[in-house]
Design a protein around this ligand. Sequence first.
Ligand SMILES: C[S@@+](CC[C@H](N)C(=O)[O-])C[C@H]1O[C@@H](n2cnc3c(N)ncnc32)[C@H](O)[C@@H]1O
Length: 308
Amino acid sequence: MSEKVMQWCVRIPVREGEEGRRKLIAEGKADRSLRPYVEDGHLLVPVLEETSLQAEFSTTGIREELPRHEQIGGIVVLQEEDIAGAEKILAARPSAHTALFATSPVEGEFRTKTFRVLAGENTTETMYHEYGHRMIIDLTAAYFSARLSNERQRILSSMKEGERILDMFAGVGPFPVMLGGKAKLVVANDINPSAVYLLQKNIRLNHLHNVVPILGDAMNLPEMLDSLKFDRIIMNLPFAAYGFLAGAAKLAAKGAHIHLYSLVEKEGEHNEDILRAFPNAKITERFLRSYSPTSWHAVYDIEVSNEM
Ligand SMILES: C[S@@+](CC[C@H](N)C(=O)[O-])C[C@H]1O[C@@H](n2cnc3c(N)ncnc32)[C@H](O)[C@@H]1O
């Protein structure tokens, strides 16, 4: 019998629908247990990750009912500690080798989680693919989220060839790896030694010769990088990045673009902090996704004045 379920989905104009659906499948993001459908000239494709859109899907086309999970490379992370469900997912998804359950929230300076292996191989390491790039991820050793993959593409397409980029909180390097091919130089910094170890591996894996990894506290970057100036600065440390704006100001070239990721509870929450560091900057705030009933993940695109 056909039932209805609410499901996260991506809405794609019909003429690009098939291409978009294939891309989501190739990236391991599509939920293939539900059938996409057309509504108002758009194809609604069910996906495994949370997005800004939920729609009602019919279970008529369901291949197998699987517990809610997110897939990152060969690892699936379940929302419930459900061993039978984990085994079912691994059986249904040949590309997955391990099923995990997070036993902590994202925590500590390194922003990592702890996990319990529910099924499959006893590992938290995997190879992750994003838009033709490969990255080694270890979910307990260093922060990683696939949720910003669209954001990385947005920044890549807004970039000019040959920019000098600084990623102050680079983790295992998703921004440097995606942007490196178009940049002249990427300086990628993180305070977590395991993240920088994986970052180095990911730089080599993607044959990037212009990405320089640094292990350090971003507070020390202005002193460490001395007179270097950057055309674009990525600041993805959602609970605290705004505290590093003064340092970013010392490293920004005239007309630079800064992308500050933050968890906020009201629009314009960081405008004052930003204008203190970058007077006359043009600020555009974008909603990325809900975080809790009262807060959301936002990105502030800051265009630094040419008159600095
Ligand atoms: C939310 S993660 C983002 C990682 C990466 N940009 C990504 O998108 O996957 C934040 C990163 O900042 C690092 N970090 C935290 N405090 C830092 C500091 N003071 N200086 C440099 N890195 C720091 C953490 O180790 C973590 O890898």
